[in-house]
Design a protein around this ligand. Structure first.
Ligand code: MRU
Length: 351
């Protein structure tokens, strides 16, 4: 394994993002010099995946503060509120976005109450954004370790969407972290990747990412997953999440619910891997998780090729919610949580 994919980086010039819209055919890095560019990068899916969105938003706030001109702390406070609002309006489902914004705002308020100057606060915010990034990578390393132990030698794991290094601060990933963890523990693990219509994160990103690490991966269309399970080709399903409610209901890429139902039908364990920054104890159940709806062009077209009739009525839900009774376990940086999740998830925050 190479373990060297880091999709977002801080630099003196601004935030560097690997443009995930172009993968796998082109590896191009963008330098985003304003918080507005970062917000646009999140909205337009230059960067995507819940933890990666959180890390990017933290860097966006640091950029916003850095470009603030003046010495008045009230004005900086107002600016940070404004920048946070712009970043928060990008994508509604992944709670890591709101978690990171909230943490950066608290860091600002703490520094302010300690009497720091505007210049000192600018540096404190850059440092905290970098700390959020480092902590995210460390969380994925632990998820990899705990989750890897749940897999057996010679298992084939089915995954949906891309919950890899590309979707996080980098290196391990969540669902792909579990697979990398098992490989790191000396097991032979192969992957079946759903292509993940309509945005094709599985085909474009998961297949690419696993091939970089020389982990065997077979790409299938989403409608093949039932068939491969029935044929006995899948020993575990591992997915990531954009938001886990307090009761363990899991929002993740559209189609995840379908895979979970199929896994239950075939007696295959269905694991969810996510850092605690994805667990939202303030959202009691999956019913309260906002589900993003995206441009219908993602469904009617592939790039510039039109697939559907003009003016067809189309829905494009980006996420769905898998009820907790279909979830075998949730793997976080604190360990493996099992039902009843209302208790086990809460306990992980207290540890
Ligand atoms: O729309 P995306 O590509 O941002 O959706 C990503 C997913 O659904 C991932 O599975 C989830 O964010 C977990 S990433 C570790």
């Amino acid at each position: 394994m190479n373990l060297n994919i880091i999709p977002v980086k801080w630099s003196d010039e601004g935030v560097l993002m690997l443009d995930q819209r172009l993968l796998p055919t082109e590896e191009k890095w963008l330098t985003l010099t304003t918080y507005d560019d970062v917000a646009k990068g999140i909205k337009d899916m230059v960067v995507r995946g819940a933890p990666a969105i959180g890390v990017s938003a933290a860097y966006g706030i640091a950029l916003g503060a850095k470009s603030f001109v003046g010495t008045n702390i009230d004005d900086l406070d107002e600016e940070i509120d404004y920048v946070s609002g712009v970043l928060a309006a990008t994508r509604p489902t992944a709670v890591n976005l709101f978690w990171a914004i909230d943490r950066m705002k608290k860091t600002f308020q703490r520094a302010r109450s300690e009497g720091k100057s505007v210049n000192e606060i600018k540096q404190i915010l850059v440092d905290d954004a970098k700390a959020i990034h480092d902590e995210d990578i460390e969380s994925q390393r632990l998820i990899a370790q705990y989750g890897g132990e749940l897999l057996n030698d010679n298992d084939t794991v089915l995954t949906h969407c891309n919950a890899g290094a590309l979707a996080t601060g980098g290196v391990w990933g969540t669902a792909l972290g579990v697979i990398r963890g098992a490989v790191d523990q000396g097991k032979h693990v192969a992957v079946i990747a759903d292509e993940t219509r309509p945005y094709l994160q599985g085909a474009r990103l998961t297949a690419w990412e696993l091939m970089q690490d020389e982990i065997p991966v077979t790409l299938i269309t989403d409608n093949m997953s039932g068939h491969v399970m029935k044929k006995g080709r899948v020993q575990a399903v591992v997915v990531g999440s954009d938001r886990i409610a307090a009761n363990g209901d899991v929002a993740n890429k559209i189609g995840t619910y379908m895979v979970a139902v199929l896994a239950k039908r075939h007696g295959i364990p269905f694991y969810v891997a996510a850092p605690l920054s994805t667990v939202d104890l303030n959202t009691p159940t999956g019913d309260e998780i906002p589900i993003e709806e995206r441009d219908i062009r993602e469904v009617t077209h592939v790039k510039d090729i039109q697939l559907a009739p003009d003016e067809a009525t189309v829905s494009n839900y980006a996420f769905d919610v898998t009820p907790n009774d279909l979830v075998t376990a949730i793997i976080t940086e604190k360990g493996v949580a099992r039902a009843p999740y209302i208790e086990s998830l809460k306990r992980q925050f207290e540890d």
